[in-house]
Design a protein around this ligand. Structure first.
Ligand SMILES: [Zn+2]
Length: 491
């Protein structure tokens, strides 16, 4: 249990005469900052509500529900690519779990693409200095949405460029008929500082645009260096896109090590690759978002969303992306039920379907609930793993920073006091925040997240139980604060 200094320091603040800090008007002075720290307004909540936040925070740290649910979702149900039977099984399982807690469950239908990974192999058949009559294996994985090569694969020379700018310097003749590798490096230095999300944002542009850019220059297939930070020869999948009007060419991610190998060999002379990818795009499938309401006592029509995305990539069991986000959101409903807390407004759990292939579930929600978004007082999404949270990202009205300050004090004892304004707070909740709903997300330590993201190693063991509990605490405190505040969060 964590003992909070909040009420104690409120008592100290009222006992300290304000004039002792009045010797200077410099807002940066230590005296001024101490005075601000001691002047802890409870903001939009009563002391009893702040005490509820502390109860929820402490319970989230120790209650095993989130971890137990994560183990089932990942190990028992398994990989959950949207449109797959496992993803549909997960929909039914989450709905049942939420009903068991007494929440009001709605299955919101949505339609998603059905893409199935096939074989994915590559070998070098010719390169400078090779041993005659040998091949060399290249580790890769098809990018989501990729078209296939012919069943027997393609044979072609590999051309390596480090960036779009490098490609621009080449003629179409130099690219025509080749397999083009974009060797853009994920910025490990940026990730090492905990800004993995920023490093991802830079590199992922290549994953998305590679096939269209390569096809526009006449390439017959394209490869990208995996978007991620680790060095265990893991390929990272993820969605790619085809621009209308250009040929669709097969597209895969090679491991960072194989990208280095290809660059080195290609700098010495011609490198020939045999590449086989056999994915298929089948008929779109009807599936669903799962919505579960913990109904508000005074304003049931006013809604706070707590959410993660239920689908995962198919290479692994999707523990950090985004099983963790799902189970910390489930924990919100579980602990409200367990502690018997009924906020004024409705806390709505949403398990979004198909974030990975284009946020189809989130778009459906924004359409279905378009008339009710003015009554959505906030939306929270956790979709950056389960690393230690240092605070809350938020987007909303100009005074939202001030409104959130008491939460910062409630979360300080678990090392999560930061409040940071962000232009975006979650891929799925974008669909409602762009309509003016305030958005929130835990600020997660992303130093290691992109080592495993979209790889075969995104498995249950990557989640630290203590840190999962801290994330649940951030979700719960934020959700309860939004749902029970005297005045709603400023939009
Ligand atoms: Zn995700």
């Amino acid at each position: 249990m964590i003992r909070t200094p909040l009420l104690l320091s409120l008592a100290i603040a009222s006992a300290v005469p304000a004039c002792i800090f009045a010797q200077t008007s410099d807002p940066q002075s230590p005296q001024e900052r101490i005075a601000q720290m001691l002047n802890e307004s409870p903001g939009a909540w009563t002391p009893a509500q702040l005490a509820n936040m502390e109860r929820l925070r402490d319970a989230a740290l120790t209650d095993p529900y989130a971890l137990t649910e994560l183990r089932h979702l990942t190990d028992n149900i398994g990989p959950r690519l949207a449109g797959s039977p496992q993803a549909q099984h997960a929909v039914e399982w989450v709905a049942d779990e939420m009903r068991a807690l007494g929440a009001t469950v709605t299955i919101e239908k949505t339609t998603v693409p059905r893409w199935v990974r096939g074989q994915e192999t590559a070998e070098l058949t010719s390169w400078p200095g090779m041993t005659p009559k040998t091949t060399q294996k290249i580790v890769l994985t098809a990018l989501g949405g990729s078209v296939a090569t012919p069943r027997d694969g393609v044979n072609a020379p590999v051309l390596v460029v480090d960036s779009f700018a490098d490609l621009k310097a080449l003629s179409k003749d130099a690219v025509k008929g080749k397999i083009l590798l974009f060797n853009e490096h994920f910025d490990k230095g940026l990730a090492a500082q905990g800004r993995g999300d920023a490093a991802y944002g830079e590199a992922v542009l290549y994953r998305g645009a590679a096939p269209s850019v390569a096809a526009s220059m006449g390439a017959i297939a394209t490869l990208v260096r995996s978007v991620g930070g680790a060095d265990y020869r893991l390929p990272h999948t993820g969605m790619t896109y085809y621009s209308p009007g250009l040929p669709k060419i097969p597209s895969a991610a090679v491991t960072a090590e194989d990208a280095d190998l290809l660059k080195n060999l290609a700098s010495q002379g011609e490198v020939q690759m045999h590449l086989t990818l056999t994915p298929e795009t089948l008929t779109p499938v009807e599936t669903a978002n799962v919505i579960a309401d913990w109904t508000g006592t005074e304003h049931p029509e006013q809604v706070v969303i707590v959410s993660g995305h239920l689908d995962s990539w198919d290479l692994a069991t999707g523990a950090i992306d985004d099983g963790a986000g799902i189970v910390v959101s489930m924990q919100a409903i579980h602990l409200l039920q367990k502690l018997g807390i009924h906020p004024k407004r409705t806390v709505r759990f949403v398990a979004w379907m198909d974030e990975e292939q284009g946020s189809f579930g989130a778009q459906t929600y924004a359409k279905d609930y378009a008339g009710e978004l003015k009554n959505h007082v906030g939306a929270i999404e956790s979709d950056l793993g389960a690393g230690h949270p240092t605070g809350i990202y938020f987007q909303g009205g100009d005074t939202l920073d001030d409104w959130l300050k008491p939460l910062s004090r409630v979360l300080a004892p678990i090392g999560a006091p930061l409040l940071e304004r962000s232009p975006e707070t979650g891929e799925d909740i974008n669909s409602v925040t762009e309509k003016g709903v305030p958005g929130f997300a835990p600020i997660q330590d992303s130093r290691y997240y992109f080592n495993y993201h979209h790889t075969p190693a995104d498995t249950f063991d990557k989640v630290n139980p203590r840190e999962l509990g801290e994330n649940a605490a951030v979700m719960l405190v934020t959700a309860y604060a939004l749902a029970d505040a005297e005045t709603p969060a400023p939009r």
